[in-house]
Design a protein around this ligand. Structure first.
Ligand SMILES: *[C@@H]1O[C@H](CO)[C@@H](O)[C@H](O)[C@H]1NC(C)=O
Ligand SMILES: *[C@@H]1O[C@H](CO)[C@@H](O)[C@H](O)[C@H]1NC(C)=O
Length: 465
């Protein structure tokens, strides 16, 4: 009996550990909220759903959140098919076993470099290649392999890069790749396991089950594990670039050649806000600040996207008239409620649920809005100046998103001492800003500054000159 119980201990411990670990992962103790336009948030929102799921299953969110505070990341994302269908089922099962979580983590980290590697960083000469250490501590070789027409195809390891710059964010970049990449160490672990299995006299079995009728341990029937019929691909096949290369999909919308009637869309959303009811104050401000609406329209025409967090009338009514009548106050309030990203209720809720808290850039630079998950919803801001996502997705057309909130948000006040310290510099800064502002509107200036930061400056004609 004693022998049996010590035998049972490790699996029990494992179960306990795997039950505790996800709890820890959903409540990260990270004091700095992740930026909403981080490459990590983008990955989880991207169409690389298979890879995103694995990242979550591997409990790597926290690790990657830390990595992205220290480095820019390059993520090589295998196409969904590569993980879903073209991976050796036995290898996939191996990765997903709770006891092999280390292997799964190494496997995923092998697809991530702690540097930003863009298309231009690839060698253009087939005889050249460069090596980079991945987060798995293994190296990845970046190369260019000659093809018949004299040019060369770009590879990472043995895998072809099929979609460069699939997602680009200030702190990283995602390139789509044809197949998965398997680090040597994981390959060894998998092969060891397989060899152990093939030489052991006893066939491996699933966990024991209790027969509900006899209340005794029952053996799982062999035919309940359908292995034989499934088509198998070896790990090597999965890794090798096959002949059936799909063409890279066209880049998404929003490029410089797509023009939209932004002004019409801005009018549309203000009308929608009015018709929706309960948002008359915010709609009024937007209508009255005609230059603001015009500038927003221009940006939308250029392919820019915005999310407006619109405080409802009840929230606006609580604002003292003083606060609103200060010169420039309505503008400042509006700027702070505009996020230069396209966010929906779903994307924001998913982000705060995964990361605990997320910070969104606003057009009132450099102030950010911190959002947290609260009561099954999203709560923006802190303390009194906070608001819940109250009327989700009032207007969403793919470029402008309007989300109703039940509070007016204000940037956190800077600590008094700090204010005095930087006073001198601030005045100098302000002078520089005023000069820049004279040329174009504040909204455009802010937006163009952000595009510049993203390395997309030249795409937008509004920002030139
Ligand atoms: C990330 O890259 C940007 C330029 O794209 C650079 O300004 C920034 O310092 C980099 N961050 C880190 C942590 O290396
Ligand atoms: C907008 O303009 C109208 C008419 O000039 C005025 O009555 C209203 O108070 C203004 N609203 C705000 C929020 O400034």
């Amino acid at each position: 009996m004693a022998a049996t119980s010590t035998h049972l201990l490790p699996p029990l411990l494992l179960i306990l550990l795997s039950a505790i670990a996800p709890l820890g992962a959903t409540l990260p103790e990270n004091p700095v909220p992740i930026n909403s336009n981080s490459i990590l948030v983008a990955l989880l929102d991207s169409h690389y759903t298979e890879l995103s799921e694995l990242v979550e299953k591997a409990l790597l969110l926290h690790t990657l959140e830390e990595a992205v505070t220290k480095h820019n990341l390059t993520i090589f994302a295998p196409k969904n098919d590569a993980l879903e269908r073209h991976l050796d089922p036995e290898f996939k099962r191996f990765l997903l076993e709770p006891g092999n979580i280390k292997s799964l983590q190494t496997f995923i980290l092998h697809h991530i470099l702690p540097i930003k590697l863009s298309h231009g960083d690839w060698p253009t000469n087939p005889t050249r290649s460069t090596r980079h250490a991945a987060l798995s501590d293994d190296h990845l070789e970046v190369s260019c392999i000659a093809i018949s027409d004299g040019s060369c195809s770009k590879y990472v390891g043995d895998v072809k890069v099929v979609r460069f710059n699939s997602v680009v964010r200030p702190d990283g970049i995602i390139h789509g790749i044809e197949k998965v990449m398997i680090p040597k160490s994981v390959e060894r672990e998998f092969n060891n396991r397989r060899n152990l299995r093939s030489i052991s006299a006893v066939k491996p079995e699933g966990a024991p089950e209790i027969d509900p009728r006899t209340r005794k341990l029952s053996k799982r029937k062999a035919n309940e594990i359908p292995v034989e019929g499934a088509r198998k691909l070896s790990v090597y096949e999965a890794m090798a670039p096959g002949p059936s290369l799909a063409p890279a999909p066209a880049p998404g919308p929003g490029g410089p050649h797509h023009h939209f009637d932004g002004e019409k869309q801005v009018n549309d959303f203000i009308q929608t806000l009015l018709l929706y009811g309960g948002y008359n104050e915010m709609a009024d401000i937007l209508v009255n600040l005609t230059s603001l609406a015009t500038e927003m329209g221009k940006l939308i025409s250029e392919g820019y996207v915005l999310t407006v967090l619109a405080p409802n009338d009840e929230a606006m009514a609580k604002l003292t008239t003083e606060k609103l009548s200060e010169p420039g106050a309505p503008e400042q309030i509006v700027y702070y409620h505009i996020v230069p990203e396209y966010q929906t209720e779903e994307s924001m809720y998913n982000a705060v649920r995964r990361f605990g808290s997320v910070s969104y850039d606003t057009l009132s630079l450099p102030h950010k809005i911190v959002a947290k998950e609260a009561d099954g919803s999203v709560r923006f801001g802190e303390g009194e100046d906070s608001g819940y996502l109250f009327d989700p997705d009032i207007y969403t057309d793919g470029r402008i998103s309007v989300q109703g909130i039940d509070g007016v948000l204000f940037p956190p006040a800077p600590p008094e001492e700090k204010k005095n310290e930087v006073k001198g510099r601030k005045i100098a800064d302000q002078n520089a800003k005023t000069v820049a502002r004279a040329r174009r509107g504040k909204l455009l200036e802010v937006a163009c500054g952000m595009l510049e930061f993203l390395g997309q400056h030249s795409k937008f004609t509004t920002c030139k000159g």
